[in-house]
Write a protein that binds this ligand. Structure first.
Ligand code: HPA
Length: 267
């Protein structure tokens, strides 16, 4: 098997098409922790394929992160690839593993990708736990980049202005914010959270930015949505807990599912 990540993604896309009998797909959605319960609202399942059945994927290490691709048909008749789980940099399998799903989706023909995540809120003055926030831009503090070599990709508009406007037509109450990514897996210190507020961040998490870069490299239009699952460390009295992140996802599944179902046929 090749170790070229782009060739591997094309092989995964071919295997995926063969497994579900479809030739192309319209949109892909990556469901972050907290978002998996919302996937059921998006459409009717055609088939589900465990990541481990496709070249280049490995099973996610984190509880609550799923581990399969659901192929579904939306009420509007579109075919969506829904990634129930993702690979994170902190799992130690490298950057290519983190963006393999995005590259596979691009090779399978999607033109649009929705990247969702759970995030700590850096602005408790205005953010409520359980709120979705549209990602308007990001600050990549992972120290990593999925691209190697002299490919100078423009990142002026990683998260499509057009797609954000579409979502805001559907839900005018949804705010926008800048997502900061750390490698993790530790949560941040209160001093780091204060630094990120000063730097202009609005949400903090451990995913999404590398996938968004890979998606832009592949020419995809990107929509990013964070679910605020907790105030950043030190902004509230309680310590942070992964189970709390998942619990907020379960509690908001209906709202996030409705939001995604309303937007996916309009993207
Ligand atoms: N920090 C980093 N990642 C997260 C957080 C957080 O506070 N909440 C959910 N994912």
């Amino acid at each position: 098997m090749t170790n070229n990540p782009y060739t591997l993604a094309r092989a995964a896309a071919e295997a995926l098409k063969g497994a579900c009998g479809l030739d192309t797909f319209d949109v892909a959605l990556v469901m972050g922790s907290g978002w998996v319960p919302a996937a059921d609202a998006i459409g009717e399942t055609v088939t589900e394929i465990p990541f481990t059945d496709l070249p280049g994927f490995s099973a996610p290490a984190v509880a609550g992160h799923g581990g399969k691709i659901r192929v579904l048909r939306t009420p509007g008749g579109r075919h969506a690839l829904v990634f129930l789980g993702r690979s994170h940099l902190y799992e130690g399998r490298g950057v290519d593993s983190v963006v393999h799903g995005v590259r596979t989706a691009a090779a399978a023909g999607v033109g649009t990708i929705v990247l969702t995540n759970a995030a700590g809120g850096l602005r408790p003055e205005t953010q409520q736990v359980g709120d979705p926030v549209l990602i308007s831009d990001h600050i990549n503090m992972t120290g990593a980049n999925p691209i190697t070599g002299t490919t100078f990709i423009d990142l002026t508009e990683v998260y499509s202005r057009r797609l954000r406007a579409l979502v805001q037509e559907v839900d005018p109450t949804i705010a926008e914010g800048v997502y900061v990514a750390f490698r993790g897996p530790t949560y941040e210190t209160p001093a780091e959270i204060r630094m990120l507020r000063t730097l202009g961040g609005d949400m903090i998490g451990m995913s999404t930015v590398l996938e968004a870069i890979a998606a832009r490299e592949a020419g995809l239009e990107v929509l990013g949505v964070s679910l605020v699952t907790n105030p950043g460390a030190g902004l509230a009295d309680a310590p942070l807990d992964h189970e709390e992140v998942l619990q907020v996802g379960r509690a908001t599944a209906a709202r996030m599912g409705t939001l995604l179902a309303k937007i996916v046929d309009r993207l």
